[in-house]
Design a protein around this ligand. Structure first.
Ligand code: PLP
Length: 453
C-alpha cells in the first residue's frame, strides 16, 4: 500500500460542518436516556454523541462534523479508522478474538513485545508484558520494581496522573475528581515537587528543580527503601507541564546512584506524540521501565510495561498478566498503528504540527494577558489561562473557551490541577488546512471569552 492509500480516508469528509445547534436533537435524546441508565460518575466532557469518525473528523448522530483536536486523549494519533488498523482488526477478529495469553499463546503478542523492545529508549536487552490500560501498566511497573529491588517505596510528583485503580489513585496528585471519597489509599507513596517552569522561581534550572525534588524525597524516605521513581516526562492531566531541561536526566542519575528503578510513565506522551518516538528521547533519558498505553493501539484497549530484561525477569512465572492482557485484536491494532507510524513517519508529522501550534498559540499569548503560558512539544501543546496581571488560575475562562469551541465544531480538552489549561492533541494525520481551521475556532473562542485586546 502506498502513502496515498494509507492517507486515504473514506467515510467522513475531512471538514468542519455544523447542521444543527450543538448538541443536536438526537444527541439530546441520547442524553436523556443516559441520565436514566448511565452512572453519573462516568461523565463526558463533550455534549454530542458520536456516530462515526475517520482521520481527524468526528461525525455526531445529528450529522455535525467536528475537528478532533483531542484524539480521544492522545489515543488515535494515527487518525480515526486508520486503514491499516481497520484491516488488521477485521482480519484478526475473524480469525480468533481470545484464547488468554496465560492459557494459549499467539504470535501478535510476541510481535508487539518485539516492537516495544525496539522502539522504547535505550538499546539494552528488554522484555515486555501486555496489559489493558495505562493504570494497569503503571501498577505493573511498580510491582516489577518492588519485586526486583525488594523495596517498598514509590516516589511520584506534584500534578502527577497515573490512573484510577487503588494504587494509581494514591500515585495521582489531584483529589477532585480522581480520589475524593475513594480512600483509604495504598501506602508507601511519597510525593516530590516537579519542575514547572511557569510556576517555579524565575530562572530555576532543571538540575535545581531535580535537587529540590531529591531533597524532598530524602527527608521523607531513605533512598534505600525506594523501589522506584515514577514520572511523566511531560505531565498530561496535570497540565502538560514540560520540565526544564536537565530535570529528567538529574532524576535518572539519582536513581542510578541509589539503586532505584526509574520508571517513565509515557502513557500520554509516547508513540510519536511529542515528535520523538517517546518523550524521554528528547534528552536521551533511558528509563529502566516504560509504561505505555493510549497511543499504542489506535483505540483498542492495550497497554504495556517494557524494561530492562533483568528487572522484568525478576518476577516469577504467573506473577504478571490477566485474562484480557495482550488481547489478539488489540495486538493486531497495535502492530498496524506502529506500521502506520513508521511508514508515514508520524513523529515528523507531530513535529510539523508542533511548529504550527507554537507559532499560532504564541501569537495568542502575546495578544491576551489572560493567557499565562503556552507550552508543549510536537502534537502535545497547551494554553494555561490565568487572571490577567498575576498567575492565579482561571478555570472559568477555560471552561467557557472549551464550550465555545465545542459549539463551533472543534473538540478540545481541558486539564490541569486547577482546571485552567486547554490541551491540544491532534491526530498526526490531520491535514494542515483542518488544523488551521480548528485553531481559528480556538482563537475566536479565546477572543469571545477574554475580550478583544
Ligand atoms: C491516561 C493516563 C494513565 C491512565 O491510563 P488509563 O488507560 O486511563 O488507565 C496513566 N498515566 C498517564 C500519564 C495518563 O495520561
Amino acid at each position: 500500500m502506498g502513502d496515498d492509500e494509507v492517507m486515504a480516508v473514506d467515510g467522513v469528509p475531512q471538514s468542519r460542518e455544523l447542521v444543527t445547534e450543538i448538541p443536536g436533537p438526537r444527541s439530546r435524546e441520547l442524553a436523556a436516556r443516559r441520565l436514566a441508565a448511565v452512572a453519573p460518575g462516568a461523565s463526558s466532557s463533550f455534549p454530542a454523541y458520536v456516530e462515526r469518525a475517520s482521520g481527524a473528523v468526528v461525525e455526531d448522530v445529528d450529522g455535525n462534523r467536528f475537528i478532533d483536536l483531542g484524539s480521544g486523549i492522545a489515543v488515535t494519533g494515527v487518525g480515526h479508522a486508520a486503514p491499516y488498523v481497520v484491516e488488521a482488526v477485521r482480519e484478526q477478529v475473524a480469525r480468533f478474538t481470545h484464547t488468554c495469553f496465560t492459557v494459549a499463546p499467539y504470535e501478535p503478542y510476541v510481535a508487539v513485545c518485539e516492537e516495544l523492545n525496539a522502539l522504547t529508549p535505550g538499546d539494552h536487552a528488554k522484555t515486555s508484558v501486555l496489559v489493558n490500560s495505562g493504570a494497569e501498566a503503571v501498577e505493573n511497573a511498580v510491582k516489577i520494581a518492588r519485586h526486583a529491588t525488594g523495596r517498598p517505596a514509590v516516589v511520584v510528583f506534584d500534578h502527577a496522573f497515573h490512573g484510577r485503580t487503588n494504587l494509581t489513585m494514591a500515585m495521582t496528585a489531584k483529589t477532585m475528581p480522581y480520589k475524593a471519597g475513594f480512600g483509604p489509599f495504598a501506602p508507601e507513596v511519597y510525593r516530590a515537587p516537579v519542575s514547572y517552569p511557569f510556576r517555579d522561581p524565575e530562572g530555576m534550572t532543571g538540575a535545581e528543580a531535580a535537587q529540590r525534588a531529591i531533597d524532598q524525597i530524602e527527608v521523607q524516605v531513605e533512598a534505600g527503601s525506594v523501589a522506584c521513581v515514577v514520572v511523566e516526562p511531560i505531565q498530561g492531566e496535570g497540565g502538560f507541564i514540560v520540565p526544564a531541561p536537565g530535570f529528567l536526566p538529574a532524576l535518572a542519575a539519582w536513581c542510578r546512584q541509589n539503586g532505584v528503578v526509574f520508571v517513565a510513565d509515557e502513557v500520554q506522551s509516547g508513540f510519536g506524540r511529542t515528535g520523538d518516538r517517546f518523550a524521554c528521547d528528547d534528552e536521551a533519558v533511558v528509563p529502566d521501565l516504560v509504561a505505555t498505553a493510549k497511543g499504542i493501539a489506535a483505540g483498542m484497549p492495550l497497554a504495556a510495561v517494557t524494561g530492562r530484561a533483568e528487572l522484568m525477569g525478576a518476577v516469577h512465572a504467573g506473577g504478571l498478566g490477566g485474562t484480557y492482557g495482550g488481547n489478539p485484536v488489540a495486538c493486531a491494532a497495535a502492530l498496524a498503528a506502529i506500521r502506520t507510524m513508521r511508514e508515514l513517519d508520524l513523529p515528523a508529522a507531530a513535529r510539523g504540527i508542533g511548529g504550527v501550534l507554537a507559532a499560532r498559540l504564541g501569537a495568542l499569548r502575546a495578544q491576551y494577558p489572560g493567557i499565562g503560558d503556552v507550552r508543549g512539544r510536537g502534537a502535545m501543546f497547551a494554553v494555561e489561562f490565568v487572571r490577567p496581571g498575576d498567575r492565579a488560575p482561571d478555570a472559568g475562562a477555560t471552561r467557557e473557551v472549551v464550550a465555545a469551541c465545542h459549539s463551533a465544531g472543534v473538540i478540545v480538552l481541558s486539564c490541569g490541577t486547577w482546571g485552567n489549561v486547554i490541551r491540544l492533541l491532534p491526530p498526526f494525520v490531520i491535514p494542515e488546512g483542518l488544523l488551521l481551521d480548528g485553531l481559528g475556532v480556538l482563537e475566536g473562542a479565546v477572543g469571545e471569552v477574554l475580550g478583544q485586546s
